[in-house]
Design a protein around this ligand. Sequence first.
Ligand code: ADP
Ligand code: GLC
Length: 487
Amino acid sequence: MKIFSLSSEVAPFAKTGGLADVAGSLPCALKRLGVDVSIGLPLYRSVKEGAFDRETVFRGLQVPLAGQTLAGNVQAAETEEGVPVYFFEREDLFDRPNLYRAGEGDYYDNLERFAFFSLAALLFARSAGMPFDVIHCHDWQTGLVPAYRSTLFRSDPFFTSTSTLFTIHNIGYQGIFPREKLSVCGLPPETFHPEGIEYWGSISLLKAGLVYSDALTTVSPTYSREIRTPEFGLGMEGILQKRSSVLHGILNGADDSVWNPAKDSYLSSRYDLDHPEEKIVNKAALLREAGLDPGLLERPVLGMTARLSHQKGCDLLLGILDALEALKVGIVILGEGDPAYEGALRKAAEKYAGTMTVTIGFDEALAHRIMAGADIFLVPSLYEPCGLTQMYALKYGTVPVVRATGGLQDTVEEFDPGSRTGNGFKFGPYEPGAFLDAIRRATDLWSDREAWETLMRNGMRADFSWNRSAEQYLDLYRSLVAARRRP
Ligand code: ADP
Ligand code: GLC
């Protein structure tokens, strides 16, 4: 079984969110199951600046797009587990400060950039003589890959036994571009119709992936049901209903080698299920690092690390900050994203200096220290395909308060003080009051140390290992291979 996993971000090489975590961890878990898997991503500036051993393995790849031939190179590295990683190099497209956007806007040529990456990956596989059984594509940036496979390479003998699998990590990002850019995709014009890549008169790369791939997955069972409805499908529910029989929900895992309080080198003190009391050392360190009142050691501290976007429930959070202050809790927030949310949170942090801090930016180390130092972790998302931070929080004994949607619904169970089962707190309506009530349930219980420790342990015991998810992907790959072999 040979798998090529293509993603626009892969940890630890390039990351803006959970997609990178998954695209970095899943291939390694598959390798542990004996699968021959390779990874492909663009050669961004951040990769060049990172301390990764790379070598050029292919020069002068010719990629025909938009009536011209774009030349590119391919560099290779390996993950720590020995998974080959191929970087697609073209300086004018990828040697930039960020992955997708600068300032307030997306790069104007994202279509060119990801069409190049997608086509280059297929042409490289063919030129280097690497036949893959399944090309596993993640999110809209790789949506053209299944479309190329089904059109340009439909009769290409090299790809006869290659299937495509497309994973939806977030249906809110649809890769929409004006129809005038159709030639940039390099697809035959007849693909531009409502059963193809057309989305209300524009091109959608997400739709290309949804329509042309042999099978679809998304990252939790609940989200796989939600996206077939108008509320969550964001316009793609029709095509997903049509493709229901090939759409599967497979819950992400949490990478134990990266997110594990017993081994986490970012922490001042490591701890595990047998010694959860060591967590308090991390709380004290976090209060110091964040410049918060040391007296908060005796009060619940709430943490949140997220892309600051509408999806993540920033409006709900902003709506309850005054009420939280009245609860006398500490608040530590890390995130970047929408400038309006960044500004509003900064302002709140000034107003509540001493009890609330906001760090705007991307900071892997601080993300780990918040996870270990906070008592409660907030994930009030409007929608959440899977969500990784609540799983990390559970592993760190940091009790999650989440909205009951998508993968949050599948991973968090409301704590029942009677039976002492459950691992966190959940609320349903997307309303500040409901969010605040759930936080209150958590902070009320926090004072009952014994009950709280049971709750922490319930979370820390949970098994979110990648192995289980990787086995489900492997079953799916096998079924795709079998289907292609059937006469
Ligand atoms: P999403 O992919 O929608 O952003 P997830 O919960 O799946 O949400 O994954 C988010 C990942 O990105 C986690 O690993 C989280 O720790 C990380 N992350 C998000 N924002 C930041 C930030 N500002 N600094 C460091 N890590 C961040
Ligand atoms: C997306 C989703 C998030 C998910 C992540 C990894 O960015 O927003 O819920 O955990 O992808 O699949």
